[in-house]
Design a protein around this ligand. Sequence first.
Ligand SMILES: NC(=O)c1ccc[n+]([C@@H]2O[C@H](COP(=O)([O-])OP(=O)(O)OC[C@H]3O[C@@H](n4cnc5c(N)ncnc54)[C@H](O)[C@@H]3O)[C@@H](O)[C@H]2O)c1
Length: 248
Amino acid sequence: MNRTAIVTGAASPRGIGRATALLLASQGWNIGILDIASGDSLASEITSQYNVKAHAVTADVSDESQVLGAIDELEAALPPLAALANLAGVSSPMPYLDLTSEEWHRVININLNGVHYVTHRVAKSMVRHNYGRIVSVSSTSAQLGGGTYSKTPYSVAKAAVIGLTRALARELGPHNITVNAVAPGPIDTDIMGGPLTPDRRSTLVDSLLVNHLGQPADVASAIAFLMSENSAYITGHTLNVDGGLYMH
Ligand SMILES: NC(=O)c1ccc[n+]([C@@H]2O[C@H](COP(=O)([O-])OP(=O)(O)OC[C@H]3O[C@@H](n4cnc5c(N)ncnc54)[C@H](O)[C@@H]3O)[C@@H](O)[C@H]2O)c1
């Protein structure tokens, strides 16, 4: 396959982004990594393990000029850009009554504006190629108003990602671009204040319909499905990957 998928937020060693980049590479996608932390070791791991190209750039998704430079660099280094997974994000457990303006803006800037900056730039290239698959990560927190770890600004940003997804599905559909979201429930990564203790795991599992916590690979496979050729008739959709935490 002579196509590239960009994965933001892939540098984290136990994160969903890393699992997604590795799964997509195993399916033949060339991989562009964009993260505020270095993704160089993941890029090397991908190229040594799979017969694809990989290139990592360090950039803050909440800084539009850094995003523009980063996507330019990925496009110059890799085959044509055909897919984007927006996974870069931060958690925020601050209660609303204690919330500072700085925290509100930090979370909205990274979790919402960051998705917009990357998508806006990448969509322009996809329109030129008349093909694209965009998948952004929302959260059960958008649907339930929090409830697992993060609170208000996180829920707001993740709910807005669903609105952005639906609006873009309309506008980009005529250009042969599908735009979808995944809404994970609790996934076993370090984003909820560090590695989960056995007590927190069992509390989280108690609220699910399945008897185990979600793994990064569970979300990665949903993203890879929405990015596949076979998903051409799915757009504007939010796919819950949440062990049944939210049924709608
Ligand atoms: N783990 C869960 O339970 C869960 C549930 C629902 C949604 N999500 C979402 O999935 C995504 C991935 O989360 P994860 O659990 O793998 O967490 P993680 O902390 O392991 O990964 C987040 C990644 O985003 C990167 N990042 C953070 N701020 C950035 C910035 N300003 N610019 C560029 N990169 C930045 C980090 O360096 C890291 O690699 C996040 O958007 C998160 O909100 C996670």
